[in-house]
Design a protein around this ligand. Sequence first.
Ligand SMILES: Cc1cc2nc3c(=O)[nH]c(=O)nc-3n(C[C@H](O)[C@H](O)[C@H](O)COP(=O)(O)OP(=O)(O)OC[C@H]3O[C@@H](n4cnc5c(N)ncnc54)[C@H](O)[C@@H]3O)c2cc1C
Ligand SMILES: *[C@@H]1O[C@H](CO)[C@@H](O)[C@H](O)[C@H]1NC(C)=O
Ligand SMILES: *[C@@H]1O[C@H](CO)[C@@H](O)[C@H](O)[C@H]1NC(C)=O
Length: 534
Amino acid sequence: MCDKNCNPKKLLVYTLDCLLLHLRSNHRSSSLFTFYSGQLHTLMFLRTLLLAAAAVITAAALATVSSPTEELYSCLRNVFTHDEGIALPGEPFYRTWAKRYNLNIPVTPAAVTFPESSQQVAAVVKCAAEHKFPVQAKSGGHGYANHCLGGTDGAVVVDLKHLQQFSMNHTNWQATIGAGTLLGDVTKQLHNAGGRAMSHGTCLQVGSGGHFTIGGLGPTSRQFGASLDHVVEAEVVLANSSIIQASDSENQDVFWAIKGAASGFGIVTEFKVRTEPEPTTAVQYTYTLKFGTWKERAEVFKRWQAHVSAPGLTRKLASTLTVFEYSVAITGTFFGTQEEYDALEMDSQFPGTIGNSIVIQGWLGLVAHWAESLGMDWSDRIPTYFYAKSNAWTPENLMSSETVDKLFEFVTYAPKGTPTWFLLFDLQGGYTSDIPAEATSYAHRDVLIWLQSYTVNPLRPISRTQIEFLDQVNTLVTDNERPYAAYPGYVDPFLEEGAEAYWGANLPRLRRIKADIDPGNVFQNPQSPTPAED
Ligand SMILES: Cc1cc2nc3c(=O)[nH]c(=O)nc-3n(C[C@H](O)[C@H](O)[C@H](O)COP(=O)(O)OP(=O)(O)OC[C@H]3O[C@@H](n4cnc5c(N)ncnc54)[C@H](O)[C@@H]3O)c2cc1C
Ligand SMILES: *[C@@H]1O[C@H](CO)[C@@H](O)[C@H](O)[C@H]1NC(C)=O
Ligand SMILES: *[C@@H]1O[C@H](CO)[C@@H](O)[C@H](O)[C@H]1NC(C)=O
């Protein structure tokens, strides 16, 4: 097929247009005006004729030759009985449904589809696989690099917004949850079904589909595990479009792969999860150091690192230290009473900071509090330009005192390209570290502290300076070693060998399973595991 640069008809029309434009713009000043206007009419007539001929020829060509894209579209149209099932480029609602969460990464999907059942998900996967289009599911659309839109152009998106079924088994307290359900709705449904809860992150617009299949770390993870540790069974659509059940007793390889790396292995349509009685009383605390010298901020960090790495630290404590342009804040939740909290003597741990704490009664209130105090409204609903990286420490390789000093000196003086950057250090460990690294494809079980670093612009693309700042922070905190690990849920599109950093020692097994169940790489994004070669 010819594109616009080599199509001779278009080139001719273009030349005529240039000539017409030239004549029109010159005719007033020209003494040969009457001659020119005669020519003008002839040229315009010629142009109209040419356009009509071109239209007829194009229509004839379309009727006989159809491209893979057109074949895909006609296959998809057979899946849905109504127009709302598909959004294609050029159509009015396509832009809404193909909206990017991270404006910094341009992506144009080939099609966005809205199946209403697992069978329709399977039929969409069949169309895409047959016509060799990559597929990605979309649940909450809150991935960092727009992987749910394919991550690069030309993917078929399976938007799961219609899959929001919910039920609770009151005998074993396992809940069945449609994979298009957002975390806010998961919380409410579990609460209404008998005061139950599970672990997940604090942003309520995040989708269960992306969250329960990549990790899902939140304030209760030290007690109950990551979201994926709650999953006891899943319904999955595979690359050959079969719909299977995966659990510890059926399709074990698929089950293992979807607990940490699902986007490259299939589409989970439904989860069955274990639940816990919801925590009822909690203390929400904050210790802040505003301004201060970099040495004072470094001191607060060292105290915090010692505090969270103390052997035997209660699992009821969640803690995050955030470094901003002008302050350091330690925030978190203690799942217990005020008296139990006071017994921890937190106030004496962080000299120089200003502390406060409040008791929050009721799980829904607590979850709402987390969502409000995220301090990241930018990231919730409104798309922005941002870049994020992650890094991790185990109890054995925590930062030395010198490295902490270097870090705080660096972030004070380095060019950052924006005042809207921050470093979040999250305490992990606890239950998530009880599970052996090879038990799920999520590999980083030994992590005690996760770092997420962010740089944000509301209105313009992320600059080189901003990216370099986060890169340098990452190199500095690991003493110029390769970062030990990256959290697969904080997708870093510029990370070289991303799959190695995300899945560590579990990558070879993932690639073997991939070769087995998706050798054609139907489910893919720029960083998903590729099939093993034998
Ligand atoms: C504001 C904000 C706060 C966050 N907080 C936390 C946090 O506290 N803890 C934490 O662990 N993470 C957190 N994250 C990261 C979040 O867990 C991941 O970005 C997650 O992948 C988003 O899921 P989603 O369904 O919203 O995203 P989507 O963009 O819809 O999907 C993300 C990826 O998962 C795949 N996927 C989605 N659904 C399915 C499915 N059903 N089957 C197979 N693959 C699927 C997509 O194809 C895509 O590759 C946060 C992210 C944001 C933006
Ligand atoms: C609920 O759980 C019990 C106990 O595990 C089980 O026997 C029963 O079949 C479950 N019910 C449904 C509807 O799945
Ligand atoms: C689809 O793939 C799975 C996993 O490889 C396999 O178990 C199943 O038999 C296949 N189904 C069909 C219909 O080919």
